[in-house]
Ligand binder design. Sequence first.
Ligand SMILES: *Cc1c(COP(=O)(O)O)cnc(C)c1O
Length: 400
Amino acid sequence: MHSGHSHLFIPGPTNVPEAVRQAMNVPQQDMRAADFGDLTLPLFDGLKRVFKTTEGEVMIFPGSGTSAWEAAITNTLNPGDKVLMARYGQFSTLWVKMAEMLGLEPIVVDVPWGAGVPWKEIGRILGRDKDDEIKAVFVTHNETATGVVSDIEAVRRVMDECFHEALLFVDGVSSIGSLDFRMDQWGVDLAVTGSQKGLMMPAGLGILGVSQKALAASKANTMRRAYYDFADMRQFNKDGYFPYTPPTPLLHGLRAALGLIDAEGLDNVIARHARLAEGIRRGVAAWGLDIVAEHRSLQSNTVTAVRVPDTVDAREVLRIAYEDLNCSFGSGLARLAGKVFRIGHLGSFNEGMALTALSLAELALVKAGAKVPLGAGVAAASGWLAHGAQTPDKLVLAAE
Ligand SMILES: *Cc1c(COP(=O)(O)O)cnc(C)c1O
């Protein structure tokens, strides 16, 4: 048995703030009561602020990010539709699989794991699709498997440049609430997230931003669905109700989590993620190790995927961290297994956690046989946090 705190540095589920945990400790309540909307209606407004949409709607489904994705597809597309998908990590890979399982015909653009969305190639393919046979473009904003953030605005630009009518689907599961995300400005039609990442909650809610264009598509499409039906959901949601029993304690937790984001200010939340992520990256660089993201502009501020030296098995680093140090890091997924471990630094995260993550990772790396200078990562990160990153403005200057 371990004594003391255990440490969770995985990119989801993330650490739940005490205020959110306490808020979920409520008696069960009547979900048909006249005042139920007092709890639920402000949640939709709060989520719209986080998604940065005023024109679109937000839906909350029991489930997880994956269920919201399924809802997005089955409510807006038709069997046999051609869809354009970019694949550059395990999560974008899973979306291709889902699209196939649901009877879509994905056109897949593969790029190396560590690269971001190939928006130029997407633009070329859409440019040749003169009859708009491609009905949707799917992009993973933050590929959690590789720690790569992609340029969604660039995707929207190439779509607009060829006047393409496809819907834009964006997986924002590990970005929304932590990274700059602008549903309206980027013309995102379906934006997906889950409760257990940037929103600092347990898993259990699949949350979806839906544009007016996607709502219009949902009225004409023919894919089958039952539980995750937009029309049913909207019919009830407009008065603050749900078509089936909602997980009420999670809704209380969401209210508290949105309250924390509002109190800190979304821009400050985003700047905090940038500041702490830079500290983590400087720590990793001081170890002499590489990260998976191929270019500075692609580095994620929510998760860092660290390549271990060739002589070390990353699974051993993870095992030692877990068994000896009571600490979890994210594993290398699929083709990155054994080569990579991931540090999740999103949601309820601060300086103390960043430095602890680095110091425990150093210990686990050294115990696993890596020649990492003990203390170097922590020193580099502390240097950044002490001198480089005082305010969001200075952060930008210092990062250049
Ligand atoms: C976690 C994650 C998912 C999966 O979401 P679930 O809530 O586990 O269903 C999908 N995409 C990305 C980018 C993720 O980080």
